[in-house]
Design a protein around this ligand. Sequence first.
Ligand SMILES: [Zn+2]
Length: 73
Amino acid sequence: MWKTGTGGGSSGVGLVLCACPNCGAIAEVTASCLLGSTHGGVQHGRIQCVNRHHFVTPLERLVRLEGFDETDR
Ligand SMILES: [Zn+2]
């Protein structure tokens, strides 16, 4: 059900960094999943911050940290 971003597929979330909702530290989206709700499906992300907090939250509510994924290719 959960799709991790490390499988090399095109449907994964890849490496997405965001701010931890709890402590504000850098967190990584490790998986994504379409979870049902009253409005249909909402794409949720499983995130883990550097302080080992785990969250499952809608991806659209995440605060992306622009620039952190601009590594050399
Ligand atoms: Zn945290």
